[in-house]
Design a protein around this ligand. Structure first.
Ligand code: PBG
Length: 331
């Protein structure tokens, strides 16, 4: 029997460049900095509702003062943007959702408070009716159906007031058809031509939004599920068609949501379209990681590794509840 040929040394020693911290840093293919992060912040108008969210340990609902402090912290840490999520008074949520376009709603007051405290910080908003809807849906509900075109009309009103309040980036997260073009046209016509749209284009009907719905007080209200408007988690092709459509309708940037279970979508979106691409590491992803870290089951490094995975998958940035903690550790 012929003896196997043993080479005198391995042809390629990949370990050479893993030997020291500096060598590893030199050949790191992607990196993570504070500039890659957008910080989602929950703002409440309800007395007594501020404080930690039970299903999101370490994340708090804050008041208007709190959101100004968060803005100052973001600026200090080099985080370029905050995304405002309103927690509104339950008694003021209605079927018609008219508070969504009230200039005095908590979301719009938060935009103005941030701009007053830190004018340069980019403020992003969420456009969807759920924080103001009696039934917890992102759209207007009639006879058990989510009405598409009526919802788009409401979203346009909501968006114009957010733009008027000083928002830099609008984030439609509602998944109605045709909303990007409607928003773009209304913004142009209303003198807000420089307000950008980051479309939640590839937004899946996900179980990972659970803790968020607790945070904004929508969990107990939601009637049914969001499967008639959010994408089936099985569908990559449909997600890419949503992104193509939203870019064609005038979106400046696009988002994949949730993040880590959908890294294949992030990669495909970046490769196919080359547009600024973001991922939302959503509340359930945060809860899993932070819960395990707090229990001592994972080390804090898991937080960095999860965020780096988005950069490797082609994302320019990540919306993450870890943003301030990570930026602090990077500083
Ligand atoms: C609502 C909205 C949701 C999230 C962001 N905007 C929830 C939903 O669609 O039910 C989820 C974010 C998270 O889970 O962190 N339009």
């Amino acid at each position: 029997m012929a003896s196997p040929i043993i080479a005198p040394f391995p042809a390629t020693r990949l370990r050479r460049l893993r030997r020291t911290e500096n060598l590893r840093a030199m050949v790191s293919e992607v990196n993570l900095t504070a500039a890659n992060l957008i910080w989602p912040v929950f703002v409440t108008e309800v007395a007594g509702a501020e404080g930690e969210i039970a299903s999101m340990p370490g994340v708090e609902r804050v008041t208007l003062d709190g959101v100004q402090r968060a803005a100052e912290r973001a600026a200090r840490l080099g985080i370029p943007a905050i995304c405002v999520f309103p927690h509104s008074d339950q008694g003021l949520r209605t079927e018609a959702c008219e508070r969504a376009w009230d200039p005095e709603n908590i979301g719009n007051r938060a935009i103005r408070a941030i701009k007053q405290a830190v004018p340069d910080l980019a403020v992003m908003t969420d456009i969807a009716l759920d924080p103001y809807n009696a039934n917890g849906h992102d759209g207007i509900v009639k006879d058990g159906q989510i009405l598409n075109d009526e919802t788009v009309e409401a979203l346009v009103k909501m968006a114009l007031v957010q733009a008027e309040s000083g928002a830099d980036i609008l984030g439609p997260s509602d998944m109605m058809d045709g909303r990007i073009m409607a928003l773009r046209m209304a913004l142009e016509a209303d003198g807000h031509k420089d307000v950008a749209i980051l479309s939640y284009a590839a937004k899946f009907a996900s179980a990972f939004y659970g803790p968020f719905r607790d945070a904004v007080g929508a969990s107990g209200r939601l009637v049914g599920d969001k499967k008639t408007y959010q994408i089936n988690p099985a569908n990559r092709g449909e997600a890419l068609r949503c992104v193509a459509r939203d870019l064609a309708e005038g979106a400046d940037m696009v988002m994949v949501k949730p993040g880590q279970p959908y890294l294949d979508i992030c990669r495909a979106v970046k490769d196919e379209f080359g547009a600024p691409t973001f991922a939302y590491q959503v509340s359930g992803e945060y809860a899993m990681l932070e819960g395990a870290i707090r229990n001592g089951w994972l080390s804090r490094d898991a937080m960095f590794e999860s965020l780096l995975s988005f950069r490797r998958a082609g994302c320019d940035g990540i919306l993450s509840y870890f943003a301030p903690a990570v930026a602090e550790m990077l500083a």
